[in-house]
Design a protein around this ligand. Structure first.
Ligand code: BES
Ligand code: MN
Ligand code: ZN
Length: 529
């Protein structure tokens, strides 16, 4: 994976002789006739403002080329001015979630323009909006979101593009410097910490994208296992891979059934992070453990209930939950939080149609003994998650468990590509996840659960069945999972609509969005149960 150097710089702007120097300019709120910006580019921006070419609106850009006389005060090859949009609404209200998103989008726009002009070394002037935003969003917060947006926006998946084109390739950004404008209350060391937060979070989301963008023949269950093993070596995690033999021994009937149509063996990949004991906690027993479970179907053909061919290639993304979960562990390794243990489980297999494949009407028995009638072999995600949840809850006794999965097409009908769905048995957990998700710009919409929905998955011949009929498909899928977590506070996140084709924004590329990783990271960073 490419690494971009990201740093806070004390070098003053006029000494920067790289490819692109960037300013962020906000939009005046109540139709003021002035625009606030840096003195170096002030004249030109005001000129453009008066002509009506640039007003600081979100997504607007102005690319300037310093002339001979300006070169005495500016060595940068180019100057980019990016619109942030409004900092406050008409009533003067500040929405920090929206602002974080605005600055991430500015970051994404910076990456897009950098690609256009093939800029590799860039410098960002961290804007000083402290007089308007006060302590709601500090310059350090802004730097964090800018860094995150730039690195998320600079992502490309080009591994399989081998043919060389005529024009020289753009290799992406090599160096991103942040310069803190004078007069800010923030210090350079706070900026340094902030951009590190943005860097770690973007880098792990890009890891998730890398895994998820791999096609079905490029990323198999065993690849999840070796990825986890590598992380374990690097960060001292415990890694356990439950293989097929062990699954048989443990009676994990769900994942085994899904795997039956495949020649590729299944894996249940487990990573455990335990913090080094700071004295004040006394004993590891006092540290909360959270469990995260991600669906790792490396390709979903639908099985015997075969999907239609059109769009089936997208089912290579059916492991985005697993990707988000393991990529998160990379960030956990880097940040080593001291107040929380994290266990990540990815049940992984493909869902194919071989001669031994499970069939509609088959009855399987899950890890916890619950029997299930297979009505549709394409409802496979819940089968592998059920075993992982039951095993994880029993083995690790977490204070809470969250699973994430591209689980149902129905969630796209309900919420489209802009919200992921969240469901669960504990409102406190759901609220905390929603808060983390808002901070990350990956919003969650809660759907209900309850006995009327659970009734839809009652079976005449087994304890439950694996589909709940046409209506409320996202809810009945969650109702299935609920059976496997006992009383543990649990939440389920359905990312079928957002794992790819997520809302179009500057820092989200085509293909896998990497959704979930940053939400989990925010959740852990603000852990407080
Ligand atoms: N992986 C799919 C869900 C999916 C669909 C993800 C579209 C992304 C886009 C899942 O395994 C599935 O096939 N679900 C079925 C369940 C049904 C048979 C009850 C679905 O949603 O159609
Ligand atoms: Mn399916
Ligand atoms: Zn699936």
């Amino acid at each position: 994976m490419k690494t971009t150097k990201v740093m806070a710089s004390e070098q003053s702007i006029d000494k920067f002789d790289g490819d692109l120097l960037v300013y962020s300019v906000c939009e005046p709120v109540n139709g003021e006739k002035s625009i606030k910006c840096d003195p170096i580019v002030e004249k030109e921006v005001i000129n453009a403002f008066q002509l009506g070419d640039f007003s600081g609106k979100e997504g607007q850009t102005l690319l300037l080329y310093p002339n001979e006389s300006q070169k005495s005060i500016m060595l940068s090859k180019r100057v980019l001015v990016v619109g942030v949009g409004k900092l406050v609404d008409k009533l003067g209200k500040i929405d920090i979630y929206n602002l974080r998103e605005q600055f991430r989008k500015v970051g994404g726009t910076i990456a897009l323009i950098s690609e256009k002009v093939k800029a590799q070394k860039i410098m960002i002037s961290v804007p000083n909006f402290e007089d308007v935003l006060l302590n709601n969003l500090t310059s350090a917060d802004i730097a964090e979101c800018l860094a995150e947006g730039i690195l998320l926006g600079d992502y490309r998946f080009l591994k399989y593009k081998k043919e060389k084109k005529d024009e020289p390739d753009y290799k992406g950004l090599s160096e991103v410097k942040f310069y803190l404008e004078k007069g800010s209350k923030t210090t350079i060391s706070l900026i340094r910490k902030a951009i590190k937060l943005g860097f770690v979070s973007a880098q792990s989301a890009c890891q998730a994208r890398d895994m998820a963008n791999e096609p079905g023949n490029g990323w198999r269950a065993s690849d999840f296992a070796s990825y986890a093993q590598d992380l374990a070596n690097k960060y001292n995690f415990k890694c356990t891979v439950i293989d097929k033999e062990k699954m048989v021994e443990l009676k994990m009937g769900g994942i085994l059934a899904v795997n039956k149509g495949s020649d590729e063996p299944p894996k249940m990949v487990i990573l455990e992070y335990v913090p080094k004991l700071p004295k004040r906690f006394g004993d590891t027993k006092n540290i909360d453990t959270i469990l995260l479970v991600g669906k790792g179907i490396t390709f979903d053909s639908g099985g015997i209930c075969l999907k239609q061919p059109s769009g089936m290639e997208n089912m290579k993304y059916d492991m985005c939950g697993g990707a988000a979960t393991l990529a998160l562990m990379q960030a956990v390794g880097q940040e080593s939080p001291e107040n929380i243990s994290v266990v990540a489980i990815v049940p992984a297999t493909d869902n194919l149609t071989g001669g031994s494949a499970m069939k509609p009407g088959d009855i399987i028995c899950h890890y916890n003994g619950i029997t299930s009638e297979i009505v549709n072999t394409d409802a496979e995600g819940r089968l592998i998650l059920a075993d992982a949840l039951a095993y994880g809850v029993e083995t690790f006794k977490p204070v809470c468990v969250v699973d994430i999965a591209t689980l149902t097409g129905a969630v796209i009908m309900g919420l489209g590509h802009h919200y992921s769905a969240v469901l669960g048995n504990n409102d406190k957990l759901i609220n905390q996840l929603q808060e983390a998700a808002k901070r990350a710009g990956e919003p969650l919409w809660q759907l209900p659960l309850g006995k009327d929905y659970t009734k839809q998955i009652e079976s005449k011949v087994a304890d439950i069945k694996n589909t709940g009929g046409k209506s409320a498909g996202t809810i009945t899928a969650a109702a299935y999972l609920e059976k496997f977590v006992k009383d543990t506070p649990w939440a389920h996140i359905d990312i079928a609509g957002t794992a790819w084709e997520f809302t179009e924004k500057s820092y989200i590329p085509k293909g896998a969005s990497g959704i979930g990783t940053r939400t989990f990271l925010e959740f852990i960073r603000s852990w407080n149960w």
